[in-house]
Design a protein around this ligand. Sequence first.
Ligand SMILES: *Cc1c(COP(=O)(O)O)cnc(C)c1O
Length: 222
Amino acid sequence: MQTILAEMDNAARAAGRPPARLLAVSKTQPAESVAALAAEGQVAFGENYVQEAAGKMAALGERGLEWHLIGHLQSNKAEQAAQLFDWVQTVDRPKLVGALARHRPAGRGPLNVLIQVNIDDEASKHGCAPDAVPALADAISAQPALRLRGLMAIPAPFPERERRQDAFARMRTLFESLAAAHPGVDTLSMGMSSDFADAIASGATMVRVGTALFGARGTRPT
Ligand SMILES: *Cc1c(COP(=O)(O)O)cnc(C)c1O
């Protein structure tokens, strides 16, 4: 983990940007691996599946960790997600906004929300179109149970580095106009194991790193 953090700091410093946050993507990793990173000081963990995350949260108990949902959220799982997570990074449609707000327990404080953008317009990917962001942001901001924090994207894995950097740059433009309209917006979540340094150079404030931290993923535990 120290190597990743050092690379993140180098990328930010080289680009003259503030340091980015590391989200440790623990999908398919056992609770013991989460506990090991937590013992090294890592706080924020990302999971793709509500059920899998629920099991790890129960196994780990209360240790001040911050859980982010980074996988696609089905509406019928919104209730559980709103109860369990601290952040949901994959809000991409109005129906989810209402469902998450309705089910956020009052005692938990507002749920932090990122809008997922399908920045390369891929048929296989979830996320809203870039021009749908303003209306969705307004809908989220209108809910006291939710706190709009910014944007998340998973750009297409183009072989050409320039095309991947172009997607990061378009996300940054979108993020800056969102932040200008919504004062609480402070998070641009993009970049994974293979490209987090480029993402930070392009303006990411949070990178989501799995395999580079934990090693290769096995099969998803049930
Ligand atoms: C799995 C996953 C990651 C981490 O990917 P790595 O390549 O293992 O770093 C990041 N973001 C999302 C949305 C993911 O599903």
